[in-house]
Design a protein around this ligand. Sequence first.
Ligand code: FES
Ligand code: FES
Length: 249
Amino acid sequence: MSTKNEHQDSGDALATTPPRPSRRRFLQSAAAAATVGAAPHLRAQTQTPIPAAPPAEVRSPVPGRPVTLTINGRAYTLQLEPRVTLLDALREYAGLMGTKKGCDRGQCGACTVIADGRRINSCLTLAVMHEGENITTVEGLASNGVLSPLQRAFIEHDAFQCGYCTPGQLCSATALLNEFRNGTASTVTADVRSRPPQLSDDEIRERMSGNICRCGAYVNIVAAVRAVHEGGEQNVASGSGSSDNRHNA
Ligand code: FES
Ligand code: FES
């Protein structure tokens, strides 16, 4: 139990002992000292001109050269650098925006076109490599405004949602039907030495496996391809871009 005298003693002691700086006061003093110490440096920084960055290396562009591509039966002469992909040539130079750029690295199939009857990923190949070939894009599948059987089947079977993958799916499926008709085997064909006996759903799925659909319309895509195949309709896209060899239902 403290007594009045004890309080008085301690009060006296506080009165006689020099006051100790509080923690807050100490921090305030330290901060002020640091600011003062840094000030000359800051002044020096503001007064010293910052050396200008060296000029960026200017690379002379690779000169383009005229490249003639036959797309959907029409000749396009484009001024292309050698490094331009076929996909960019189609979209950015020829103005054919139907072919889509998805991954731009050969993984999604959105950029599939048909070159001389073969389906290829146009993002993985250079345009200059396809001079003299007949290239078919989705714009070349319809004939005089009449959709190809596959295009109609895609609509009838609801084989797309957002539609971004659809141009590639259509080109791929068009070439697929021709490949099967020509007796080309796939990795699920039981005996690759003989013609695949039928275009089963497994065959269609395998042959379309390079075309990704992020909307997941796979079931309906297979149904559309099967319907065209079973309907016996020919979807020949020889790459000529001409509709002469295409039969419409
Ligand atoms: S954009 Fe060519 S495969 Fe994806
Ligand atoms: S329909 Fe949307 S990605 Fe295939």
